[in-house]
Structures are given as C-alpha cells and as structure tokens.
Design a protein around this ligand. Structure first.
Ligand SMILES: N[C@H](CCC[C@H](N)C(=O)O)C(=O)O
Length: 266
C-alpha cells in the first residue's frame, strides 16, 4: 500500500505530513509511526502529522512524536497550517483542532502565526520553572548555552520522578531585554531538537521580557521564532502567538505493509 507524504520543517523541527482526509491511516499503529520517523529505516523526522476533516473546524491535526506518543506540537501545528494551505483546504486564515483544543492561525508575509491554547501559570521548581503550553515544559536559565550538556541534563530531568509522564526540557540564555536563545530536549523524540514551538513559547513567557504586550525574539539552533503575548489585569497570559517559518522540503511516497493501513471497510 503506498501513501503520499510531504516533509516539512519549522526552524529545523521536522515532520512527515500526510493528507489523511480519507482516514486510511491506522491511528493505533504506533510501530508504523516510529518506523516512518526513523532516520535510518524510514523517512526520518521528529514527528508525524495527519490532516483529517472535522465537522466544526477547517481540519484536525493529529500529531505523533517519533516514538508514537502524542502531545500538542507548536512547530508541527504551524507546518500543518502551511500544508493545509498547500492542499487548498484553507486560505490565509484558519481555525483547526489539535489535541489541546481549537486554534486560530494565519499566514502573514510567508510566516505562520499560531494562537496558542490554554497555558498554565508558571510554577517554580527547585530554582527552575514549569509551564504547560499545550505540552509540558521544564525551563532553566543558563549561561554559555552553546556549551550546555542539553541531552545529558535534559534526559535526567525528563526521566526524573518529578515527571511521571515525562516533560520537555528547555535551557534558556538571555541575549538582551527582549531576545533569548533556547535549546530543547524533547520528550518523545528523546533527543535535542533544533527547535521546539511549545518550548520557545514557554521560555518567552517564563524568561522572555519584562515588558508585557511585547514580542520576544527567540533564537534556536534551527532558526528564529517570535512569541507575542499580552497580560490581562490579573497578570495572566493572553493572546499568545507563536510566529515563524514553516517550509515544505520534499514530497514522496511511503510503502506501507497492509496491516499499517486501516481496512477500507472500517
Ligand atoms: N515532544 C513534545 C511534543 C512536540 C513539541 C514540539 N515539537 C513543539 O514544536 O511544540 C511532547 O511530547 O510534549
């Protein structure tokens, strides 16, 4: 059975995208998800994204990390918007469904702006910070970030008893008043990724700026992102937008053995 796919990347966080509006992909077949994401035996990516129809939204995005686990993915959502535009499902604005609920997004000057969903209040954790921006993030302020042992320290925190479900771990260095550099160890990829959308959003909110209603510039190993947000009178985050590029890299076809694709009769 062959399935066509597209490869997208958003500041180096890369995804296999499948137009699954015919609902042929078996959502429970996690071994096929990991095979597709495998960088030696498959296409290779940080995650896999299915686009499906939805009665109340322009589309639904179903995201899997490379290990088959599921969560909200900010960069993946931005790539899903660009992909849905390419497929002609949407124009330049959309309202779509992800695992953490509905999101608005728009394509402006070739970048995708994503309105983030519910965000938890920052919690202090032994000198670090924890925020859930649709996926869980442990954040630590560091110096000389380029030399920081991201995988060693990131995996230690990710697998610590504090996080029975695991967490993503971000290391953040302040560049100036409104600019930070972020490196991320990602749960479900179990490695450092070149950028993490929900992670840089958490970093911007935790350490990004002293001036609310500002845009925080974020540098990552994979490229530049921005987060714009405002604070309401209770000092809660509101209108949090994640902004950045989402590029199509190539397209191809996947050879899937029969059991990887749900029978037509389902
Ligand atoms: N690995 C994350 C999901 C993907 C997050 C990241 N790729 C993003 O852009 O937000 C988790 O398991 O919570």
């Amino acid at each position: 059975m062959t399935l066509s796919f597209y490869k997208y990347q958003g500041t180096g966080n890369d995804f296999v995208m499948i137009d699954d509006r015919l609902e042929r992909f078996d959502l429970d077949d996690l071994s096929t998800v990991s095979k597709i994401c495998d960088r030696k035996f498959g296409v290779g990516s940080d995650g896999l994204i299915l686009i499906r129809n939805h009665p109340e939204y322009d589309f639904e995005m179903i995201y899997y990390n490379a290990d088959g686990s599921q969560s909200m993915c900010g960069n993946g959502a931005r790539c899903a918007v660009a992909f849905s535009h390419l497929l002609g499902i949407i124009g330049l604005e959309t309202s779509f469904l992800a695992i953490d609920g509905g999101h608005k997004a728009k394509i402006v000057d070739g970048k995708v702006e994503l309105l983030m969903g519910e965000i938890s209040k920052p919690k202090e954790v032994e000198g670090d910070v924890f925020i859930n921006t649709g996926s869980p993030h442990h954040l630590r302020k560091v110096e000389q970030i380029r030399d920081y042992p991201v995988v060693e320290e990131g995996s230690r925190i990710r697998y610590s008893e504090r996080y029975p479900e695991g967490t993503n771990v971000n290391f953040v260095e302040a560049i100036d008043e409104n600019e930070i550099f972020v490196r991320t160890y990602e749960r479900g990829v179990e490695n450092e990724t070149l950028s993490c959308g929900t992670g840089v959003t958490a970093a911007a909110l935790a350490f990004g700026t002293k001036n609310p209603n500002q845009t925080v510039a974020i540098k990552t190993l994979g490229g530049d992102l921005a987060v714009r947000y405002s604070l309401n009178e209770d000092h809660e985050f509101e209108d949090v937008w994640l902004i950045g590029p989402a590029e199509k890299v190539f397209e191809g076809t996947l050879e899937l053995n029969e059991e990887s694709v749900a029978e037509q009769s389902h």
